[in-house]
Design a protein around this ligand. Structure first.
Ligand code: HEM
Length: 624
């Protein structure tokens, strides 16, 4: 059978995206920095401690899994001192601890490895430190010598197949109910959706087994780790959903498909990047994002079936698209609105900005958004067409095919996105500089504290390269609630000991990061700290003060907060737009070029979702 030109063209688009995905940065074999990153340690990287420390404590950016997470310590002569050692601190799930390591004087190389609870990826890194006066620790590798599981094509394709099964189960069930409105799902469609969910279950298990093999034991990973358990649950829900769908009475089939698709999506999001972020907003936003995408994609698949195999959906031999397109348009307008808003929200949460090409995640997200925008534009033409079969761009069929292929490509990009760490450099809590007597603060200097929770922290002071040429930097920590003062030298990557004249300074964008590691900040403590710039004879050239206090959860007073951030703006748009939609829907208003009943259902459903999500996000932003 010879396929028409537009069909071959759109097939090429989807195939190219499938081919491109594994070649995307971070998708196969390129080194991408870790999920559970080391952000502070005691002893610090490159530190010399006078005697064997009471404990080795490593603080990571994410909650740790007991499986895999451990450390090795090797002496300078290669003798192994500790192997696969360390326990996760029951009081602090971000901390890996070895109590009383009993180290003799000498230089030690510590290698750590973690398994992220967020997405089951492993990471590894190392640093050196010394015990005993007179020791000189060698310069530390940039980024703590960190390496990360190289995301593989199995991970990307497995996640993509997972999306297809789950999103189509939910989306096609909604499409059949709201657009077709003809009794129950036909048996052939039920079988197709069940097959999609079975493939989703198998793909999830394949990825889980691959992660388990990498973590050293599949059963331990599946039954003993958060991510393994969630993957197992997701595969079970998809497999059960497929099974129940095949045996359930036809009147329940739509509900079973929609419910198992939605539960599968929830389990997908709670095992994704959104789960690493505080509060319910990121996870609920992620679920709304993917459920909205499911309604849109389910509709594209439904319209495509009406053109190619109407019997899959309806008893009509020649269904009139002019009837169905205005119904689907109502669903599409509302779901795309929600997808766009929650997509921007997730982008900001994950990267701290809206658009960035600095990271692999940022570049992949940009490609995804561009493809999505292209698909939405094509959808816009189909919406204007309203099923009247205008000949624009080779007609409705071509436009719908291109839109569908672009949607498939968006999912491929998303699978690469979801398996790439969102940030390459974890940032800490930014602290407000205190103006001096003249109301001035030192331009080009900032301070962050990582992780900014009670316990061992790393203080990062960023200065301009010009400022960094000063002879020495020191951090003076005045503990106000105790009346004590500690002074620690600030060092930077490539610095030998405390003499930074031997430095090979590393700067990014003309800024240099200085570190003070192993700074213990107890809960309830109040600090007035100063970054002191010292002359060669240690006289003070200048100082910049930063003050902060710690509650039981972390830094509260003194942190830099930006009230009007994109998340608050999006929450406002969601609440106001949702309330408007709800009002219009309850008032019986139809969306332009859309059918009345579908409009009402879409406006009320979308309106309630938007208002609830907007309130959750807004309150979350106000209370963090
Ligand atoms: C304006 C366009 C969009 C933007 C800015 C956007 C952005 C995002 C972001 C930042 C994430 C989080 C990724 C992560 O956690 O790693 C995400 C997740 C997701 N997006 Fe989008 N998105 C957009 C459109 C779409 C569309 C059109 C679809 C469907 C065709 C889609 C499907 C998904 C899925 C399935 C996820 C979950 C990924 C996972 O955790 O596995 N997105 N999106």
């Amino acid at each position: 059978m010879r396929f028409p030109r537009w069909w071959r063209l759109s097939g090429v688009i989807a195939f190219m995206a499938m081919l491109a995905a594994p070649a995307l940065p971070g998708a196969a074999g390129s080194r991408v920095l870790a999920h559970a990153q080391l952000i502070a340690s005691s002893p610090g990287a490159g530190a010399i401690v006078a005697e064997s420390p009471a404990e080795l404590r490593l603080i990571f950016s994410e909650v740790l899994e007991a499986q895999v997470t451990s450390l090795d310590v090797v002496a300078q002569d290669g003798t192994s001192i500790l192997r696969a050692a360390g326990e996760i601190d029951p009081e602090d799930p971000y901390a890996l601890v070895v109590v009383a390591p009993k180290l003799a004087d000498g230089i030690y190389s510590l290698t750590w490895r973690t398994l992220s609870t967020v997405d089951g990826h492993t990471a590894e890194g190392s640093f050196t430190f010394g015990v005993g006066a007179g020791q000189e620790a060698p310069p530390q590798a940039a980024g703590g010598g960190m390496t990360h599981t190289e995301t593989d094509a199995i991970g990307v394709i497995g996640r993509w197949l997972t999306y297809l099964g789950l999103l189509l189960a939910l989306g096609v069930a909604v499409f059949h109910r709201v657009v077709i409105r003809e009794g129950f799902l036909p048996m052939r469609l039920i079988r197709l959706l069940a097959a999609g969910m079975a493939i989703s279950a198998a793909a999830t298990m394949a990825v889980a087994v691959a992660s388990g093999l990498e973590a050293g034991s599949v059963p331990d990973y599946l039954l003993g780790t958060r991510n393994g358990g969630l993957q197992l649950a997701r595969a079970t829900v998809a497999a059960l959903g497929a099974g129940v769908l095949l045996v359930a009475p036809a009147r329940l089939s739509g509900l079973v498909a929609a419910a198992s698709g939605l539960v599968g999506i929830i389990l997908l999001i709670v095992s994704g990047h959104a789960a690493a972020l505080p509060g319910p907003g990121p996870v609920i936003g992620g679920v709304v994002h993917v459920a909205g995408a499911a309604v849109w994609i389910g509709g594209l698949a439904g319209l495509m079936a009406l053109i190619l195999r109407p019997s899959l959906l309806t008893s009509q031999v020649r269904p009139l698209l002019r009837t169905y397109v205005p119904r689907f348009s109502a669903l599409a307008l509302v779901s795309i609105g929600l997808v766009g808003l929650t997509g921007v929200y997730s982008a900001w949460l994950q990267t701290g900005t809206l658009v960035t090409v600095e990271t692999e995640f940022g570049r992949t997200l940009l490609m995804k958004s561009a493809l999505a925008a292209g698909a939405f534009a094509m959808g816009g033409l189909n919406y204007l067409d309203g099923g009247r079969m205008l000949a624009l761009l080779n007609g409705f069929r071509t436009r719908l095919t291109v839109e569908s292929m672009a949607a498939i490509a968006v999912l491929v990009m998303t699978a690469a996105l979801a398996t790439t760490p969102p940030v390459e450099d974890v940032r800490g809590v930014a602290i407000q500089p205190i103006p001096d007597a003249f109301g001035e603060v030192t331009p080009g200097m900032s301070m962050e504290i990582m992780p900014g929770r009670p316990g061992v922290n790393r203080v990062v002071v960023t200065t301009t390269e010009a400022m960094a040429a000063a002879p020495a930097f020191e951090l003076s920590l005045d503990r106000l609630d105790e009346g004590s003062t500690t002074r620690v030298p600030l060092t930077h990557v490539g610095m030998e000991g405390t003499d930074h004249s031997t430095m090979s300074m590393e700067s990014e964008d003309g800024m240099v990061d200085w570190f003070a590691d192993a700074v213990v900040l107890p809960a309830g403590s109040q600090w007035d700290t100063s970054v002191r710039i010292l002359a060669l004879d240690d006289t003070e050239l200048s100082r910049q003060r930063f003050a902060f206090t710690l509650s039981d959860d972390g830094i509260d007073d003194g942190r830099i907060t930006t009230l009007l951030n994109p998340a608050v703006a999006i929450a406002l748009v969601l609440v106001l737009g949702g309330a408007l939609g709800l009002g219009l829907g309850l008032g019986g208003m139809a969306l332009p070029r859309c059918e009345a009943l579908a409009s009402r259902l879409a406006l009320v459903g979308g309106g309630v979702t938007a208002v609830v999500l907007g309130l959750v996000i807004g309150l979350g932003q106000l209370t963090t």
